[in-house]
Ligand binder design. Structure first.
Ligand code: ADP
Ligand code: MG
Length: 372
């Protein structure tokens, strides 16, 4: 656990970068600091490992004032990842990661073995270990940066905009990977970003800062979306927040109705007889959806229903794992206006129309599941 108690940082030129910040960062969770450029995110983060010393106030790490330890000793328990990974350009990827275990007294062979294991852990193939950082893509370099920060197995990980310089698709993959890693490792992660979507996706809790280093709101992502504390947070959280908040509500309570299904390869006349409101879902041998057929689409098909005859489907939602957002999206994106519900194996279990999802939302609100 990390506690900020009225922490202020004023730089020598008079700039107040962080203004009396008080908050508690829970152990084993991802806490995100988010806010516009210059709001004091980096300064706040670097005060935790004493790369920057606070002007006033106290930071406690597991109950102990961080000033009670020498900075070098403190940092051994705190990994640090930055935007451009900060790798040594003249060392191989493997040696970049192995540097830390060597510093903490591991033998060279042991350090390399551990480094190879870490590269695998962050999703990099072992052969990349022989390359130099410049021979990797930006996304791969960031993974190496994460592996290196984990090398000393620190309980705390500080990450300063680690994924901001890579393109959106790679960033999305890195975020998923971080969540997967965290579900295995359970570190105390403090993650800085200016991107509210990244904050909402990654954070167990999110601290929104405003310029001048003042805390605007500190809450779970669901609460930030549903109940922004003021106009600044509301505008920072941005458009569609009502819709995005549906992502935090389970689709489990949504009643799923029947849907007409037809196996691929079925006789066209038989398929026509199965249509319900003019549509049926075509499924493979395992019952997984392949697409739709309709009265209109079948009229051009002779003999049996083939894969190339299908009208492509909308998004799907999982009945045990999906959110109201995925359920509503499935309904809205479906050519038949019926969202397809699937089980964990991906087999069709039924369908929902948008009205049903909206009713489920109304019920959730009435029962107080959504903060209103
Ligand atoms: P963020 O990471 O949110 O963009 P920073 O923590 O880097 O914000 O900076 C917060 C404020 O402190 C900004 O106004 C910035 O210009 C100022 N600042 C940062 N570092 C220094 C420094 N070494 N000296 C003076 N001002 C600084
Ligand atoms: Mg910064």
């Amino acid at each position: 656990m990390i506690e900020f108690q009225a922490v202020t940082k004023q730089y020598d030129d008079g700039t107040v970068a962080v203004d009396s910040l008080s908050l508690t960062i829970d152990a084993g969770c991802i806490t995100v600091f988010v806010g516009p450029s210059g709001c004091g995110k980096t300064t706040s983060l670097r005060m935790i490992n004493r790369m920057i010393d606070a002007t006033s106030g106290t930071i406690l790490l597991d109950g102990t004032d961080i000033r009670a330890q020498r900075p070098a000793q403190l940092r051994r328990g705190i990994g640090y990842v930055i935007q451009h990974a900060g790798l040594f350009p003249h060392r191989t990827v493997l040696d970049n990661v192995a540097t830390v275990p060597v510093l903490t007294g591991a033998s060279k062979a042991e350090a390399r073995r551990r480094a190879a294991e870490l590269l695998e852990r962050v999703g990099l193939p072992a052969e990349l270990g022989k390359r130099y950082p410049a021979q990797l893509s930006g996304g791969q370099q960031q993974r190496v940066g994460v592996a290196r920060a984990l090398a000393a197995d620190p309980p705390v990980l500080l990450m300063d905009e680690p994924f901001s310089a890579v393109d959106p698709i790679v960033r999305d993959g890195l975020q998923d990977e971080l969540l997967r890693l965290q579900s295995e490792l359970g570190k105390t992660i403090v993650f800085v970003t200016h991107d509210i979507d990244e904050a909402i996706k990654l954070g167990d809790k999110v601290a929104v800062l405003r310029v001048g280093g003042k805390l605007a709101q500190y809450d779970t992502p669901a609460t930030l979306l549903a109940k922004p504390a003021d106009d600044f947070v509301a505008s920072f959280v941005g458009r569609d927040r009502g819709y995005r908040a549906l992502g935090f509500l389970s689709a489990q309570g949504v009643p799923v109705g029947p849907v007409a299904t037809v196996p691929l390869g079925a006789d066209v006349e038989q398929a026509r007889a199965e249509l319900d409101s003019g549509w049926a879902v075509v499924v493979d041998a395992e019952g997984r959806p392949l697409g739709w057929v309709s009265e209109a689409s079948l009229s051009t098909v002779g003999g049996v229903v083939r894969a190339e005859d299908l009208v492509s489907g909308g998004s799907l939602f999982q009945v045990d794992d999906g959110s109201l957002r995925t359920a509503l999206d499935a309904a809205l994106s479906s050519p038949a206006a019926l969202g397809i519900a699937v089980d964990a194996e991906g087999a069709v279990v039924g369908g929902v129309v948008a009205d049903t999802v909206v009713k489920a939302l109304a019920d959730a609100r009435r029962s107080g599941e959504v903060p209103t």
